[in-house]
Write a protein that binds this ligand. Structure first.
Ligand SMILES: [Zn+2]
Length: 329
């Protein structure tokens, strides 16, 4: 048990090493929890106190100020709350990676509230049996030579607008109507522009004025497409690169809109997600991009180390990819 707990902590360290949130307090508290668990797995079962977490972060990661016990408690409690939100975003990806390694127990972060009277809060990492039995997420045959498995990072709540999407943009009730209202405004605007074009084009007196008129209509249409195009496309195609205004500042433009068709069992959902994989040729990070000219109308996974050669198909539903660039030798 001790061994599996410290192994789990090591796995999470590996999975989380490039998370941008590791620079924030909540990420540092996670790192402290993981390292303390690895260093003392026996004690980790009970959990670590505010003071132990604070000491580790201050001493080994980043200065956190010397404080009274009350302040330490407040600071760690606050950071833990943010870590809870971070964990909700990342949990799917962590669970998928654990399953892909054939691990049957899934990690959870856990807090036992002290409740006063000198009993302090305890923070720990726990392992629980995977909810859907012991099966691995992908059969080995599905991942034969050259194929790879994508993992989901979940939703980012960085900007207020994305909060609408934070637990999925449920297409039911008022949100369904809001969604269709936005689509409707887009369409009305589009039709109005076409009418304006039909009327206006005959009223331009010179060639220059006509060209100017046509180009301004084209720019407005293009801008509208950039703003809303993804929402039109995602319902049909199920997955699309999210529009720029939904991409978090820190991202590389690889966040996706995913339309999950759940009806009639449950309402349909639109989520913001990010998928990554490990390149099967070089071990680099594979991210999702538009297919461009060669893979027109598709999304593909490109490896950061060699984006033109290490290219993979992207099936968001099965979370698998096949190598697309053929190798002659
Ligand atoms: Zn690669």
């Amino acid at each position: 048990m001790c061994e599996s707990l410290s192994n789990a902590a090591k796995q999470i360290q590996e999975i989380s090493k490039d998370w941008p949130e590791k620079r924030h307090r909540c990420g540092q508290v996670l790192e402290a929890l993981l390292q303390l668990t690895i260093d003392d797995p026996e004690k980790a079962k009970e959990g670590f106190t505010n003071i132990e977490i604070h000491e580790f972060v201050s001493g080994k990661i980043s200065a956190w100020g010397s404080s009274t016990d009350d302040e330490v408690t407040r600071k760690v409690r606050e950071a833990w709350k943010n870590l809870g939100e971070l964990w909700i975003k990342k949990e799917r990806g962590v669970v998928q990676r654990f399953k892909s390694l054939g691990l049957v127990e899934i990690p959870m972060i856990h807090k036992v509230a002290g409740g006063g009277g000198g009993i302090v809060n305890k923070y720990s990492l726990k392992l629980e049996p995977a909810k859907d039995g012991q099966k691995q997420s992908k059969t080995p045959e599905a991942l034969c030579a050259g194929n790879l498995e994508y993992f989901e990072d979940d939703v980012d709540n960085l900007r207020s607008i994305t909060k609408l999407f934070s637990s999925g943009f449920l297409l039911s009730g008022w949100k369904k109507w809001l969604f269709f209202f936005v689509i409707l405004i887009g369409m009305v605007f589009f039709i109005a522009l076409l009418l304006l074009f039909a009327i206006g084009i005959n009223q331009q007196e010179t060639v220059g004025a006509t060209l100017k008129f046509i180009s301004s209509i084209a720019i407005i249409l293009w801008a509208e497409w950039l703003l809303l195009g993804a929402f039109f496309k995602v319902v049909d195609r199920r997955v699309e690169i999210a529009p720029w205004w939904l991409q978090p500042w820190t991202s590389d433009g690889d966040w996706l809109l995913v339309f999950e068709k759940n009806k009639p069992a449950a309402p349909n959902v639109i989520k913001l997600k990010r998928y990554t994989a490990q390149c099967s040729r070089c071990g680099g990070l594979v991210r999702i991009h538009k297919g461009g000219f060669v893979y027109y109308n598709r999304l593909v996974g490109r490896c950061d180390n060699s984006p033109r050669e290490h290219v993979f198909s992207f099936d968001h539903y099965l979370r698998v990819g096949k190598e697309l660039v053929s190798r002659e030798t």
